[in-house]
Design a binder for this molecule. Structure first.
Ligand SMILES: [Zn+2]
Length: 297
């Protein structure tokens, strides 16, 4: 008798108790493993047909997905006791700054949600449940996208220029003081729309940039979204954003926007306010998702 979703989850929880990292594991190794599994999710058939191999392909992916989940549960933030020692072994966790710890926790959590969604979809596809299989597969794909942060347009690096915040291959943090942090990101020029790459100190939120294509100057204000409220006034939207600005902390922003599409972002997303040389707000760019939003005053 094939196990159902709940039984497989219990199996993963059981397995997770025996997870002892032998080789230096890293966040990127987990992400890579996740990506391989997520990409293998078969397209559920739109109708039942004889000799369909899809259920068998789904079945074959269940066991590796359970093992992957067990690894994630093993270092999941809600596993008291095991958490600190395991995360520390995996990522040199105690040496990370609070921001880096949050990043590790968040990535593990997103990967866990994605892996659970995949397991649920695989079980439905294996069982030949066409309607559920289809729904669950698209949810699983969405979760995978979130976990992989496709569209991400920034990375934080240490002061040596090329070293990552912490070396994901070894889990070793290469520096400690946060004031050495640099932010490398891509953003579109408000004048010519050309996407350019910039390199700034992550300890200041406000920076004057020069477009390499049109040579026009523009400024950016960068931070993470804490909360976003949109009040619909019909012809315009009024926004109230709480932001944790780089190197500064919480700030509140309010602005009106007459563009037709609402600006959307999730808490934690890194956002750049883009100001034209005239000092007027011209766009919001979501550096986490790569979404661009032109503001119309
Ligand atoms: Zn330009």
């Amino acid at each position: 008798m094939a196990k159902n979703f709940e039984e497989l989850l219990r199996e993963a929880r059981e397995l997770s108790k025996n997870i002892r990292p032998v080789d230096p594991c890293s966040l990127d190794a987990l992400r890579k493993q996740g990506k391989a599994l997520f990409d293998a999710l078969p397209e559920p058939p739109s109708y039942r047909r004889a000799g369909d191999q899809t259920p068998a392909r789904a079945e074959a992916l269940i066991e590796p997905t359970v093992r992957f989940l067990a690894q994630l549960y093993g270092c999941a933030p809600d596993t008291p006791g095991i958490l600190t020692s395991l995360l520390n072994t995996l990522f040199n966790f105690n040496k990370l700054t609070e921001r880096q710890k949050d990043e590790v926790r968040e990535t593990v959590q997103l990967l866990t949600l994605a892996a659970e969604a995949h397991l649920r979809a695989l079980v439905a596809i294996r069982d030949g449940d066409i309607v559920q299989g289809d729904l669950l597969a698209s949810e699983a794909r969405q979760r995978a996208k979130e976990a992989m942060r496709e569209g991400m347009r920034f990375r934080l690096v240490g002061n040596t220029g090329h070293l990552p915040v912490f070396d994901r291959a070894t889990g070793v943090s290469r520096y400690d003081p946060a004031d050495d942090l640099k932010l490398i990101f891509q953003i579109s020029c408000p004048a010519c729309s050309k996407l350019g790459q910039f390199d700034i100190s992550a300890m200041n939120s406000c920076h004057l940039l020069t477009c390499r294509k049109c040579q026009r100057r523009f400024s950016v204000l960068i931070g993470n979204i804490a909360s976003l409220n949109r009040i619909d006034h019909g012809i315009k939207n009024h926004y109230v954003l709480s932001m944790d600005l780089l190197g500064e902390g919480p700030h509140r922003f309010e602005f009106d926007d007459r563009s037709r599409n609402p600006f959307t972002a999730a808490p934690g997303d890194m956002i750049a306010f883009v100001y034209a040389p005239t000092k007027s707000l011209s766009a919001l760019e979501n550096l986490t998702t790569g979404a661009f939003h032109a503001v119309q005053r």
